[in-house]
Design a protein around this ligand. Structure first.
Ligand code: NI
Length: 138
């Protein structure tokens, strides 16, 4: 069974790679490569898999899930300029793909201290019509 929780944060980013020429950055990322940056209201859906524990009837402690989302994601990402304020985006382009991978890496080791439930997927919506889903390295 899979249980999912949704949270939102606002952040700004600059989509520009230091490994590409100005011309290629412009061509690939368009206006998103503007060095002044621009913002999004990101929606993150975290899915956790497991079986309901017989006594509690729950896959995992939802208070714990809420707390780690707050601690490990929202307090890190909310109202930040990702390229300057959130590692690894000083070296990695903060595309929605890389944001999903980073959120997975931040959450995965902490998802359930009892080890019963596991992180299943991280979805990050950057706009109304664009989102990615990451399920770890398989
Ligand atoms: Ni953008």
């Amino acid at each position: 069974m899979i249980i999912s929780k949704k949270v939102e944060f606002s952040a700004s980013h600059i989509c520009r790679s230091e490994h590409l020429s100005d011309e290629d950055n412009e061509r690939l990322y368009g206006a998103a490569s503007n060095p002044l940056g621009h913002g999004h209201n990101y929606i993150v859906e975290v899915a956790v898999s497991g079986d309901p524990e017989p006594v509690t009837g729950m896959i995992l402690d939802l208070k714990h899930l809420k707390d780690i989302l707050e601690e490990r994601v929202l307090s890190v990402y909310d109202h930040r300029l990702l390229n300057r304020e959130v590692a690894p985006f000083d070296r990695v382009v903060p595309t929605v793909e890389n944001i999903a991978i980073d959120i997975w890496n931040r959450l995965e080791p902490h998802i359930d201290p009892t080890g019963r439930a596991r992180l299943w997927s991280v979805r990050v919506h950057e706009t109304n019509d664009l989102f990615v889903e990451y399920r770890g390295e398989k």
